[in-house]
Design a protein around this ligand. Sequence first.
Ligand code: CTP
Ligand code: MG
Length: 409
Amino acid sequence: MTAPRTAPRVAIIVVAAGSGTRLGEPVPKAFVDLDGRSILSRSLDPIFGLADPAQVVVVAPSSHLQQARDIVEQSAGAASDACGVVVGGDSRQSSVASGLAALLPSIEIVLVHDAARALAPGSLFERVVAEVESAGRGVIPGLAVSDTIKRVDASATVLETVDRAQLSAVQTPQAFPRTELVAAYAAADREFTDDAALIQHAGGSVAIVAGDPLAFKITTPWDLRRAQQLLAETSSASRPSASALAVRTGVGVDAHALDADQPLWLAGLFWPGEAGLAGHSDGDAVAHALCDALLSAAGLGDIGGIFGVDDPRLDGAHADVFVLETVRLLAVAGFAPSNVSVQLVGNRPRFAPRKKEAEEFLSALVGCPVSVSATTTDSLGFTGRGEGVAAIATALIASATQPAAGAVT
Ligand code: CTP
Ligand code: MG
């Protein structure tokens, strides 16, 4: 691998050296056909489409080195001076280690990505790079878990229900400061299932950002069929046909009066020292407008029709209860959220200092990017007089066979 004209700061290690036992195809998984091209070739599309060129290190099985080189050369085009192929090891971890050994001296940030997540979009790579730049620590994409999770013992007896609000199904690309990742690999004394676990074992801390349902891992024949179906859908959707329209939009509005005796919960966050909002639940107008926008996009009515005010489970309920149920109902109806935008209208709380925190929390809950902004009304109306707050949301959702989250294994 030769140094490119402008030395890149970011490297992407694409691990593709696994055998794909669970997929059960005669060739290693990265070389299995996915709608006319290999899984490896598909996984490189978003990487070579990034605005800022990165060093790309593909880690391949020794049996398929030349095929990997050919695929990389074809995908890279003019960027081929910043990429190369190295031989992997017996485990994913040793394959990543081979990739780390090939980093250019200029690299400061390293992304590790499974070739098996062949449909991960470019926006996910951009998101983790932006976050690792600003946070200065490891950043991994994750999606909220929608199934109820049980802990079981060896005799298949259910021991307990795990609180899913605390769980995240994590994906790749995972991004880390180079020095931290290299040091953690040097110190690793056993195998971990992802790089974030290895960093944490070495004492480092890692943040979660919103993942993407398309970044699911092709592990089984069923996953491969799902990926094939998605690609077929995309190519038919790109033809100008009315029936191929696969996205829908929705709008939601909510308002709550201030109630100084209540604690304030807004945008899923607790705001100590601020006057709260009146309502049967916690009065979180941002979360409620968000749910209404999603429900209206899917044609599923509104939050009032779905969560009855006399339901005792909703006494003081917070955003997660409403949002997770809304996302579940959308999934049952065959829809996946693509993005949600919410604007809070009110004098207080001062939203800007916690905007990022709110966006990350809600994005993880919904499983797609959620942006939240805030404005005042120049002292006009009930929000201007400080009698309450309002929120307005729009949502974009995609129909039909969007995949569910695929966790790192
Ligand atoms: N991987 C690797 N080197 C290994 C094992 C895995 O580079 N020795 C890569 C795979 O190619 C894949 C990613 O790590 O892109 C995630 O691993 P997984 O999905 O488990 O792939 P395989 O190990 O190939 O599949 P299986 O476990 O079913 O054999
Ligand atoms: Mg494996």
